[in-house]
Design a protein around this ligand. Sequence first.
Ligand SMILES: *[C@@H]1O[C@H](CO)[C@@H](O)[C@H](O)[C@H]1NC(C)=O
Length: 399
Amino acid sequence: MRLSVAAAVLLSAAAYYVYLPLPPGVCEPWKLMLLDALFRSFMTAGDVLHGLGLVHRVHLLNWLVALVEEVPARSCPALMVSDSSLGGVPVRVFAPRGEERSRRGVLYFHGGGWALGSARMRSYDLLCRQMAEDLDAVVMSVDYGLAPESVFPAQYEDALSAARAFVSVDTREQFGLDPGRLCISGDSAGGNLAAAVAQTLSSDASLPARFSLQALVYPVLQALDFHTSSYQQNQAVPILYRDVMARFWLQYLNASAALEPHVLANAHSSLLDAPTRDKIDWTSLVPAAVRKHYTALPPGGAAAKADPVFLDVRAAPLLADASVLSRTPPAYIMTCEFDVLRDDGLMYARRLREAGVAVTSDHYDDGFHGCMVFANLPMWSQVGRRSMRRYIQWLDQNL
Ligand SMILES: *[C@@H]1O[C@H](CO)[C@@H](O)[C@H](O)[C@H]1NC(C)=O
């Protein structure tokens, strides 16, 4: 009797901890709640140990990820898989075996707020394997430096250095890459790096080859407006909460963590000039049906000029001029309805199109941030699998 009471109490406590009201329409809500409970317990443990001064919260998370998620570079009958380096940056390489011929190539940047994750994580290893096998392509997954040790522009510079080496004659000859069929891609913070590097390289005439496509999966593209309609709608939707995204940005830009309330109130960007404001104006760039009833934050509070780093296009690719955008390759942009970054992706799609770039905009009405990396077991996310299939299919048909 006492045991069953204890069990009931424990179960209700667990259910209380796990349960989170989610917006109707999100795919497989219970799976997302469990995932969120897991993340929250890691975060809480990280905060406690960080508060005690024992370990940086990011180090704890990365240590846990390494423990649970890292897998060695294992070759299989279809692929040679190895850990190597590209332009001085560590990469995991997935190269198809079989006859020697010229192959398509994908350069991939993992997500994780410029602070977490790795090409050696099981989920990214599986994603890149799948791409390499399905596309019969050479895939290289980049382990750029992470915050807090590396901060902007280090991640960007790592990504750029790997990308320059990827399109070099040496790499082409070593891996049999077809110089006319190369794609740069990444998800979340990795999508940010892919977009930024695509812009830089498109304006560089000295390269022996260029990327013919860019594929951005729920990318993060600007740090000036934390009140877009998707930031408002999804501020409390797991797994990427609005304040967590703001913290990742501050850490990447090496700005003080004390600025969090300031940036969350958009006070850091209350005095933008009109051309900059237009580039991130979701009230016109995001379709009315998507932005719904949300309205822009009225200006108020202590107005301040943005720190120049928030305006740096290498950190915030959405701020690029149309002339720069127009030179970038045809794009695939995946967005999720239940994601604070939804509007970042939709605005970029719209601005690229207006600049004359062909864009495939793939929107998931039931998707949440990060879903594509949860396509495999144990999460086996349905929208994750669907989005991964479509992403690879798009590459197959366009690269
Ligand atoms: C980051 O900020 C700290 C503290 O303001 C400073 O000491 C450090 O040099 C900065 N790092 C970089 C790479 O700018």
